[in-house]
Write a protein that binds this ligand. Structure first.
Ligand SMILES: [Zn+2]
Length: 410
């Protein structure tokens, strides 16, 4: 389920809801199979087609899916039709894509074999182990090899790539936190021109591995403070997760989800090799969230002349595609993610603004935007609301206690 939601966020809309008429309870690990409808275009080989009614009743669109369907839907976007892998809709046709080949969109996952790969969060050493072995006093991050399909994608991408800096004004116009300041704009422009030269000069290597995302975190993360759904999920379980031994993740994503992760690795590993007086790696920032009584940390990817630079990748910029939905998706990402991330980092350093580096994963176009912490006010109001929720406040207390015990112990 989670993979499909990620797929929908990435390809159609981050603002969506899931409705269903299946017997099972919907949860993130539920395995669902995609059904192709006419709106999806040509179905790939082996796909299961669905030609019946999607909604029970046209008037109640969005609330009453037809029997055995799970539907992800958003306004202005085609719905994504899914069904349980044991559903009669699947058995009838007898054709379930086995999760090997797909059209590059359909998310399936692949199993990882032992020994698993890890990387130390402190010293960056990579090592193999069947279990999560502590390195430099910290839990390591688990890695996955990049799949052959994604390797091919990178080879093709790197073969024709020309990195191009685009000034930010048309892209960033009207977005939260964008500052209108000639000095900041001058710095952004200089940073962009310089980065364009660097990127086109260095020989970029495709990534061999990428970091797996483990939702069972031991610490609240920056991303948990940006999104209520995430926060709610994490805070309700985090104390429990902290008591468990860290189990290795046993499967890795494929398709667009994998490329997204691998692209982050691609940028960070190649940025490490950049030698420039102005550009360097980012430094870890700590931020105390008084409203929730917690401290979170994060590391902006880069810095330019000492100014932190946070990198976000997107498939293409809205101006590169002839699809009006892309502009609203971009606006949504900005509002719920980009401006919040910047605002959080700015609380942890002595700066009024920093740079947001947006990179297209397909065209190689990128831009740099000076952004301030305008998003903070709304976030603080949200946090106060979360902290006042009785269920969360109990859990927060429990988490804070575990953290303070850990600090005493070390
Ligand atoms: Zn280490």
């Amino acid at each position: 389920m989670k993979d499909w939601k990620d797929w929908y966020s990435e390809n159609r809309s981050e603002e969506h809801k899931v409705v269903n008429d299946i017997e099972e309870k919907i949860h993130d690990d539920l395995v669902l199979v995609r059904l192709w409808i006419a709106q999806d275009g040509k179905a790939p080989k082996g796909a299961i087609k669905y030609q019946s009614k999607v909604w029970k009743n046209k008037n109640s669109k969005g609330t009453n899916p037809a029997k055995n369907l799970v539907i992800i839907t958003a306004s202005g976007q085609p719905p994504l039709i899914l069904t349980n892998k044991n559903s009669p809709l699947v058995n009838k046709s007898g054709k379930v894509a086995k999760g090997k080949k797909n059209d590059g969109n359909a998310p399936t996952s692949r199993y990882l074999s032992k020994p698993y790969q890890w990387r130390c969060r402190d010293c960056g050493d990579q090592f193999d182990s069947n279990v999560a072995e502590i390195h430099c006093t910290r839990q390591p991050r688990q890695l996955s090899k990049v799949s052959d399909d994604s390797k091919k994608w990178f080879d093709k991408f790197l073969n024709g790539i020309e990195w191009e800096f685009v000034p930010h004004h048309t892209i960033s116009k009207g977005q939260i936190g964008v500052i209108d300041n000639p000095i900041a704009d001058g710095i952004a422009e200089e940073a962009g021109r310089e980065l364009e030269k660097i990127l086109n000069r260095v020989e970029m290597k495709p990534p061999e591995v990428f970091e797996l995302y483990n939702y069972k975190t031991r610490y609240l993360r920056v991303s948990d403070l940006k999104d209520y759904r995430k926060f709610k999920q994490v805070i309700s379980k985090i104390a429990e997760w902290r008591k468990l031994k860290i189990r290795p993740i046993r499967s890795a994503p494929v398709g667009v989800i994998e490329i997204g992760h691998a692209f982050d690795e691609f940028l960070s590993s190649n940025f490490k090799n950049i030698s420039s007086d102005d550009w360097s790696s980012g430094e870890r920032i700590w931020f105390e969230c008084k409203e929730l009584g917690v401290t979170v940390s994060g590391t902006p990817d880069l810095s330019f002349q000492g100014i932190p630079v946070e990198t976000k990748t997107l498939k293409l910029f809205p101006f590169e595609v002839e699809d009006e939905n892309q502009q609203s998706i971009f606006r949504y990402k900005w509002k719920t993610n980009y401006c919040k991330q910047v605002a959080l980092y700015l609380q942890g350093c002595e700066m009024d603004w920093m740079l947001l580096l947006l990179i297209s994963r397909e065209s190689g176009k990128f831009t740099l935007v000076p952004v301030n912490d305008e998003a903070m006010e709304k976030m603080r109001a949200d946090w106060n609301e979360w902290a006042n929720n009785k269920e969360h406040s109990t859990k927060l207390e429990e988490y804070r206690k575990l953290i303070s015990e850990e600090e005493v112990a070390s």
